[in-house]
Design a protein around this ligand. Structure first.
Ligand code: SF4
Length: 887
């Protein structure tokens, strides 16, 4: 799959973006010298678009910080030594303590082939089901809800349905930031067909909500009450499709009776009754409705019930599986769906088969399994609890970072520190989860590995290698197969390439299927793997994918009917108190991905939100004596994080929001996982990541500083707080200290080394100190200290790290923090990362040039004219601009 390269080079490889569940097609350069990336116009998910994260992929593939060789106990070893150790320790542990004493924790970043081998090894040959995945944190409530309602884990519709619908309801989804290309498709469809309406249901007024025709800022956790009320309304107002309900469903009466008992929906949801009535009316009157839901629904102790409350509303109206209609779960990760296909979750077996006798026996026979598991295994939170209390004695973590991303991460770290044997397969040398690894195994990354992924609309796409394997890094499937061979299972794992694994995966999906299971790749058996074009499963015949299911019924319960599920609203597991009076919600920011091992390398992606922050309503901040940009300590009783306060009128009173990405590799103390209790949905096991009672207090800060340095600095006790970001050829650190420093040069030299020449400026009366370090005329470091954080100089200072020798005029100007003759005006927080256009610049241009549209802003400043990720924020600024400009 080669054609002309995106940057005009020889050729490009058609592959898939490794980030969110939209699964955009990417055309990427085929050599290290040709790293350009562009959207693949032939890929059905994105039709050529990429968001800013996808556009910046070329900035993330350097080998800085990569793990390139196997290591044991911190020392480089041969592959044979490392693999023998892993196989030996796992075999010994199983022999002494049984198969359930070991576990794998894998990842939605895995390719399907890696996932398949991991699942087969654990469930078929080790004989345990203790394999779970970080997808448990992402969409396991949707999986459980689908299985309860449909008898299978099936997403009924496709992305095109969002464009064909007349009403799109986004529940618990900040798609503008988390699924940007899908959101751009939606906005484009509404622009072309203005009668389409968008409703956003989310406690926060996010960038997504700003674009909505109606926003219901409901009380966190009240989704079941809202959708039960809708269910009752639809049944009462004549919107029920009685023929569909009768022919294709069961259980409506019981579910409806419980929904009717719900009481006052407006009070339960804390939303104006008129807004709820308007939403119900639009939903009832509109035949073509798609309800998109994401982590705001799934990451809840009632996550599965929320999913079923939504599905009930589509079943009663028969609006499912037809163009422009249906419930639609959007996954967070690139291959969460692929993991579901192979059984990456501990409570699924393989190829959408479960732990019934027929399924277990069928998979056992297909695999020729030596030690077939017979029961579900531990789900993520329970799995690491079992590591901590010693039931699991050997754990292999692959392509994920649970010490940063799970709940109660202090507990996860203790578990790993005390576990007798920890293996980590990783791209990078240092993560929060690798600190206590006995063995580290270097895995291939995006651009280096070969396989398939499945996106949120069931579309299977190839990820293709276009870079050579660096160092001794190997594919995950190869690593696991080698361990399997050393454990005595070589015959079943004699794969020589990913294509063989994919073919086996297809054959298992088809094995004794005959239409009885939704997941069926019969038509891909023996397909040309190299040339495989994106296709939506089921693929029952060659070349025939399936865009939609269930339009004419045909559900996968034994009677072929869907189930209405009886659900009742219940509150989240925790409650606020005098000690912890605020509710912490967590989620993604626009330009970072998971624990930042890749996006953290990109200078461009660091400019949108460079620091971990806490969003709080201005009224709550004023009541607590807090101000914009204060450092605050957020604590929950389990742990704490230090974040930068940002005032956000889009927050409900009493609720705060923090991003999930920062961890100990990027900040002193910003891992919000430390704060979150391990409460889970009792059906799905998905953690409640969006409802944690916390207290917020101001951190006393004597000084703030910006440190730009070519080399990674070392921090002593005088630096109370640091946050790291990538710059072009340098690091950017924001620092804070609690006590004034007597000798700033000594502090700086201690952080970055004392060689060369130091330029100094001091205004002690105002607490301003500036230092620059030059070695042989080359700028090595700059330290700007001030009583309040000041970023005005950052962009220009960063440019000085480009040349080998600093120009004489710049040398004179460096401590002034601005180019000779420049005004030094701050462009404000970056909105358009592609063209580095800040909010202040945009507001100034709107005011000075009477800009009235996103197109006007693009013409004036270029903002929003490349990837389009910032377009929703530009619209937001335009809507808010009169007040903002006046301010
Ligand atoms: Fe990648 Fe962005 Fe597409 Fe998601 S929307 S797959 S992050 S390019």
């Amino acid at each position: 799959m080669f054609d002309a390269a995106p940057n005009g080079g020889d050729r490009a490889v058609c592959t898939t973006c490794p980030y969110c569940g939209v699964g955009c097609g990417v055309r990427a350069g085929s050599s290290a010298a040709n790293e350009g990336v562009a959207g693949d116009s032939a890929h059905p998910a994105n039709l050529g678009r990429l968001c800013v994260k996808g556009s910046a992929l070329g900035e993330t593939i350097s080998l800085d910080g990569r793990l390139l060789h196997p290591q044991m106990d911190g020392k480089q070893v041969s592959w044979d030594a490392a693999l023998d150790r892993v196989a030996g320790e796992f075999s010994r542990t199983i022999a002494e303590h049984g198969p359930d004493s070991v576990a794998f924790y894998v990842s939605g970043q895995f390719l399907t082939e890696d996932y398949y081998v991991a699942n087969k090894l654990m469930k078929g040959f080790i004989g345990s089901s203790n394999i779970d995945t970080n997808s448990r944190l992402c969409m396991s409530s949707s999986v459980a809800g689908h299985i309860r309602a449909f008898g299978s884990d099936t997403v009924p519709g496709c992305y095109e349905d969002l464009e064909l619908a007349d009403l799109v309801v986004l529940v618990g989804s900040n798609a503008a930031w988390c699924h940007p290309v899908l959101f751009q498709r939606l906005l484009a469809a509404r622009a072309a067909r203005p009668k389409m309406k968008i409703v956003v249901i989310d406690p926060r007024r996010t960038t997504t909500a700003e674009a909505a025709d109606l926003h219901l800022a409901l009380r966190p956790g009240s989704d079941v009450a809202l959708f039960n009320g809708l269910f009752v309304h639809l049944a009462a107002c004549g919107s029920a499709d009685k023929a569909f309900v009768k022919a294709h469903t069961t259980g409506m009466d019981d579910a409806l009776a419980t929904a009717r008992a719900a009481g006052d929906v407006a009070a339960a949801c804390d939303v104006a009754a008129a807004d709820i009535a308007l939403f119900y009316d639009w939903f009832a009157r509109t035949a073509k409705v798609v309800t998109v839901y994401s982590q705001g629904v799934n990451q809840s102790s009632a996550g599965t019930d929320k999913v079923n409350a939504i599905i009930n509303c589509h079943l009663v109206t028969g609006r499912i599986g037809r163009p422009g209609m249906g419930p639609f779960s959007v996954t967070g990760q690139p291959n969460a769906m692929g993991g579901r296909e192979v059984g990456g979750l501990s409570n699924m077996l393989a190829a959408h088969m479960g732990f019934d006798h027929v399924g277990i026996d069928r998979v056992r026979r297909f695999w020729g399994a030596a030690n077939m598991t017979h029961k579900p295994g531990l789900k993520a939170v329970d799995l690491f609890q079992a590591v901590k209390d010693g039931r699991i004695k050997a754990v292999w973590i692959m392509a994920t970072n649970p010490a940063a991303s799970l709940t109660d991460t202090n507990n996860v770290r203790i578990a790993l520190a005390n576990c007798p044997f920890v293996v980590v397969s990783e791209l990078v040398q240092a993560t929060d989860s690798s600190l206590d690894a006995h063995v580290m195994l270097p895995a291939l990354g995006w651009g280096e590995k070969d396989g398939t992924v499945t996106n949120s609309e069931r579309c299977i796409s190839r990820q293709r290698a276009f870079l050579p394997a660096p160092g001794e890094a190997r594919a995950d499937w190869w690593i696991m197969s080698e361990v399997a061979r050393r454990m005595g299972h070589g015959e079943a794992f004699a794969y020589t390439n990913a294509a063989e694994i994919f073919d086996e995966h297809c054959r298992l999906s088809a094995f004794e299927n005959d239409g009885s299971r939704d997941f069926d790749l019969t038509g891909l058996i023996g397909a040309d793997y190299d040339a495989l074009a994106p296709i939506q499963w089921p693929v029952r015949k060659a070349g025939q994918g399936t865009a939609r299911l269930f339009g004419e019924g045909g559900f996968y319960h034994a009677d072929g009917k869907a189930r209405f599920i009886t659900v009742a609203h219940r509150s989240p597991r925790s409650a606020v108190s005098n000690e912890f009076p605020l509710i912490l919600n967590t989620g993604r920011t626009r330009d970072q991905w998971h624990t930042m091992t890749r996006t953290g390398k990109s200078p461009r992606l660091a400019t949108h939100r460079a620091e971990p922050w806490l969003a709080m309503h201005p009224g709550d901040a004023a009541a607590a004596g807090l101000a914009e940009a204060d450092l605050v300590r957020v604590s929950s009783g389990l742990g704490e994080a230090v974040l930068k306060l940002t005032l956000d009128a889009g927050q409900r009173r009493g609720e705060v929001f923090a991003p999930m990405h920062w961890n100990d590799q990027f900040a002193t103390s910003a891992n919000v996982g430390r704060l979150i209790a391990p409460h889970v949905c009792s059906v799905s096991g998905q953690p409640e990541l969006k409802f944690t009672p916390v207290a917020v207090r101001k951190v006393a800060v004597a000084w703030h500083a910006m440190l730009l340095s070519r080399q990674a600095p070392a921090f002593g006790s005088q630096v109370m707080n640091w946050v790291r970001a990538a710059g072009e050829g340098h690091f950017v650190h924001r620092l804070a200290g609690s006590e004034m420093v007597a000798d700033w040069q000594a502090l700086a030299a201690g952080m970055v080394g004392g060689d060369g020449v130091w330029l100094r400026f001091a205004d002690a009366a105002h607490g301003i100190f500036r230092l620059a370090n030059l070695v042989d005329g080359r700028l090595e470091a700059v330290l700007f200290v001030a009583p309040r954080a000041d970023e005005a100089s950052l962009a220009w200072l960063g440019q000085l790290f480009g040349p080998e020798r600093i120009a004489a005029s710049d040398r004179i100007a460096v401590l002034a923090g601005r180019a000779p003759g420049a005004s030094g005006a701050d462009c404000g927080p970056i909105v358009c990362a592609c063209h580095q256009v800040g909010r202040t610049t945009i507001l100034d241009a709107i005011r000075a040039q009477n800009l009235a549209s996103v197109a006007d802003i693009g013409a004036a400043l270029k903002a929003g004219t490349n990837c389009g990720s910032c377009v929703p924020e530009l619209r937001q600024i335009l809507v808010q601009s009169p007040a903002a400009v006046a301010a």
